[in-house]
Design a binder for this molecule. Structure first.
Ligand SMILES: Nc1ncnc2c1ncn2[C@@H]1O[C@H](COP(=O)(O)OP(=O)(O)O)[C@@H](O)[C@H]1O
Ligand SMILES: [Mg+2]
Length: 263
């Protein structure tokens, strides 16, 4: 019985929505690629994390996945047919929320909705819905400067969710907030993911964060002591039941395995 349910779950999670094929990226003027041969597939509804040390190229991979950077070789393929009207197929959340300081919270969330063919009422409904999901509905008329760092990140997440993406790309979204706020935001993100079931590609250098959140964890690292381009060195399915606790021995075991891979 349990096994049958699990198999069904796994089948739903094999249909890819975003595929990276042999990605390679070299910054203009650099003498060698940051990374090479980066391959992965993000399945529909999957929570996939990319972990690695500082400077290894995680943000650059995510920018390629977002279409903000063109890889030098390889390609990003978005699957699942054409985007539905009124939606974007992917959206991104950065470490710093990147809100427009001269716009209110609600105007910031509405920003990405312009040009999608939605009516004013539809835009207002989407904004309200996204602010409700991120627990920021009471702050709709505020200015970004009136919010804490954690609240600004919530608005950044609301803005990304409002376009109803099938792929949500997140670049260390909680690394600039205090530990207590980070814990709350992680729980809220899981709650939103369980309700919306968009696929998430989550970049972090925090192993415990990756184990807490992810269905699968990719480890990115340099080989040959950094003289070669970085690549994906390990793929780790995380077979821990949800909700997860950092206190469980199994949680610790998975985190320790990944820490070893990062050595
Ligand atoms: N605009 C840029 N021009 C040149 N090199 C860059 C630029 N941005 C990042 N890099 C370099 O590329 C490497 C990967 O950067 P990044 O993707 O930001 O790493 P990570 O997100 O894993 O910390 C780093 O060595 C960094 O110094
Ligand atoms: Mg980065």
């Amino acid at each position: 019985m349990t096994i049958a349910v699990r198999e069904k779950d796994m089948m739903a999670k094999t249909e890819p929505v975003l595929v990276a094929e042999k990605l390679d990226y070299t910054f203009p003027g650099a003498d060698r690629p940051v990374f090479g041969g980066v391959d992965f597939a993000l399945a529909k509804g999957e929570f996939l994390s990319l972990v690695g040390g500082s400077g290894v190229g995680k943000s650059t991979v995510l920018r390629c996945a977002a279409g903000l950077l063109e890889p030098g070789a390889g390609r990003i393929v978005l699957q699942g047919g054409k985007a539905h009207s009124g939606r974007r197929r992917r959206s991104i959340v950065f470490q710093d929320s990147r809100l427009l300081p001269w716009q209110t919270v609600e105007a910031n969330v509405a920003y990405g909705l312009h040009g999608l063919g939605l009516s004013r009422q539809e835009i207002a409904a989407r904004v309200e819905d996204a602010l409700k999901l991120t627990l920021m509905v009471d702050y709709a008329k505020r200015w970004p400067s009136e919010l804490s760092g954690g609240q600004q990140q919530r608005v950044g997440i609301a803005r990304a969710l409002a376009v109803e993406p099938s792929v949500l790309l997140m670049d260390e979204p909680f690394s600039a907030v205090d530990a207590l706020t980070r814990g709350r935001l992680q729980a809220e993100l899981l709650n939103i993911w369980e309700r919306r079931r968009m696929a998430v590609l989550f970049v972090t250098h925090d192993i415990e964060e990756a184990v807490l959140l992810s269905d699968r964890i990719l480890v990115m690292g340099g080989v040959m002591g950094g003289s070669q381009p970085a690549c994906i060195t390990n793929h780790n399915p995380v077979d821990l039941a949800r909700p997860r606790s950092r206190k469980e021995p199994e949680f610790f075991r998975v985190a320790a395995t990944i820490a070893d891979q990062l050595q």
